[in-house]
Design a protein around this ligand. Structure first.
Ligand code: BES
Ligand code: ZN
Length: 462
């Protein structure tokens, strides 16, 4: 067995420098969905490429039609045992709005202590800058102590994960032989709870869609025209309301095609998990689940598909009041997919469902925002065992194989284009506020995340 106590001790001794590098990365306002932050995305990519070079990789910024990728291969050419791996993370982040709900500057990272827990605050600390750095810092420590990594490592860092990964497919196709390795390692998921690590074995897919209803050819006075004039907000609200029944079931035709029922073994394993659904909702100020009746909260977020509304606009939303019938109203929605649900069929059926409900006087336009199928890993996948052993050694507890509610579209593309399976290990927590104000990453997640990756790398070489 490879002895890595010296690597772990080096990680512990240098944690402040690792934290300083995390702060530096969080400072870049790399919001991929907003064109105003294009330069910030590039600067984050350049910083990462330079960091990779500093660690001993041939890090470079690689152009795409959108935000650049960062790619690096370990400069160490020697033969290595174990699989060649490609580590993936994303340096882009979600928008910060509503800014007024943040307790500190989203791009001015700070280390604070709350209820005895030390954490770094800032957009992207958990999703995914802190997480991707856990791997880079593990490589840095390994190389500093041992001179070389135990397996051959390449790194791919994306800048468009949070906005639909528009450039990813062509980039993977064009660089297939360079990026195709034996195994992908991904750090963009959560633990089961602060003490219990997890390996993600299921991820939901996603269909993102924006719909815009147009009625009159201009905004109208709601006194003069209200009544006879079609109101796009009313039309939109009725359509959105029709998308679910009173049991939380999605009403898009054939939506549930390809949704598997849980096997009795998995159901028994999940029922035995110490998952507290009341606390899960209670922590965010809720108490009544609104998903499909007949499924536990854990099933609803891990194994069932959804159709959610992520944004809705129309009419006057500024201060005060304006009596107007808007010409347009729109909504952004996302369906999370499981099993064999087909994202393209779902988009087609969703559009048909909406079109059938748009009155003759109104029109509808659609814009798509990404499509990816769900992903699941076979329990026989060998690196699961090595990963589990490494996590057990670090956390003193066996990791829980989990289904995550979120989506990481690249995992499907790694499989379909690069023929690689992914080992998904992450150290985020449910209360990290990802995609929400006051995002944070616990210092323990970061520190023990780095230690965990050092152990995973060593375990993969065994
Ligand atoms: N890190 C998340 C995915 C995630 C969320 C994993 C929660 C585990 C738990 C990732 O960065 C993400 O947010 N992905 C987007 C993808 C979408 C924009 C295509 C998502 O899930 O909404
Ligand atoms: Zn995210």
């Amino acid at each position: 067995m490879t002895q890595i106590d010296d690597v772990l001790a080096h990680i512990d001794a240098n944690i402040d420098a690792s934290l300083a590098r995390m702060e530096a990365l969080v400072r870049f306002k790399s919001i991929s969905t907003d064109a105003a932050f294009k330069d910030d995305c590039r600067k984050a990519a350049e910083w990462l490429a330079a960091s990779l070079q500093d660690i001993g990789f041939d890090g470079s910024v690689r152009e795409t039609s959108g935000h650049p990728m960062v790619v690096g291969h370990d400069g160490d050419e020697g033969e290595k045992p174990g699989p060649d791996v490609l580590f993936y993370g994303h340096y882009d982040v979600q928008p910060v709005d509503p800014l007024e709900l943040w307790n500190s500057d989203p791009f001015g990272p700070a280390i604070i202590e709350k209820d005895g827990v030390k954490m770094m605050t800032g957009r992207g600390t958990s999703d995914d800058k802190g997480q991707l750095l856990t791997f880079l810092e593990a490589c840095r420590a390994y190389k500093a102590v041992k001179g070389s990594l135990p397996v051959k490592v390449s790194i791919l860092l994306e800048g468009e994960e949070e906005s639909g990964s528009g450039s990813l497919l062509p980039f993977l196709e064009a660089n297939k032989s360079e990026l195709s390795k034996d195994l992908a390692l991904v750090c963009d998921t959560t633990m089961f709870d602060p003490e219990t690590p997890a390996i993600t074995t299921m991820l939901r897919g996603l269909v993102g869609e924006e719909i815009t209803i147009t009625a009159a050819d201009r905004d109208l006075h709601s006194g003069s025209y209200g009544g006879p004039a079609a109101n796009p907000i009313r039309v939109l609200a009725r359509i959105l309301a029709d998308l679910h029944d009173e049991n939380g079931r999605v009403q898009i035709p054939d939506f549930y095609d390809g949704v598997p029922e849980l096997s009795p073994e998995v159901k028994a394993q999940w029922d035995s998990l110490p998952f507290d659904g009341d606390a899960f909702l209670g922590n965010v100020g809720l108490s009544i689940p609104t998903g499909e009746t007949g499924y536990s909260i854990y099933e609803q977020i891990s194994a069932r598909p959804t159709c959610e509304f992520n944004g809705i606009t129309g009419g006057y939303t500024g201060d005060g009041f304006k009596t107007v019938i808007a010409s347009k109203a729109s909504a952004k929605l996302s369906c999370r997919l499981v099993g064999q649900q087909d994202p393209h069929a779902i988009r087609k059926n969703l559009r048909a469902f909406i079109k059938a409900r748009v009155p003759a006087d109104c029109s509808v336009d659609f814009a798509e925002h990404g499509a990816s199928p769900a992903h699941s890993l076979s329990p026989d996948f060998a690196p699961l065992k090595q990963g589990a052993k490494a996590l057990q050694d670090e956390w003193g507890k066996a990791p829980i194989p989990m289904g995550m509610g979120g989506s990481i579209p690249i995992v499907g593309e790694f499989k379909s284009i690069l023929e690689m399976d992914s080992l998904l290990i992450g150290f985020g927590l449910d209360d990290d506020n990802i995609h929400s104000p006051n995002e944070k990453y616990n210092i323990e997640s970061y520190h023990r995340g780095i230690r965990s990756w050092a152990r995973v790398l060593a375990a993969l070489a065994e």
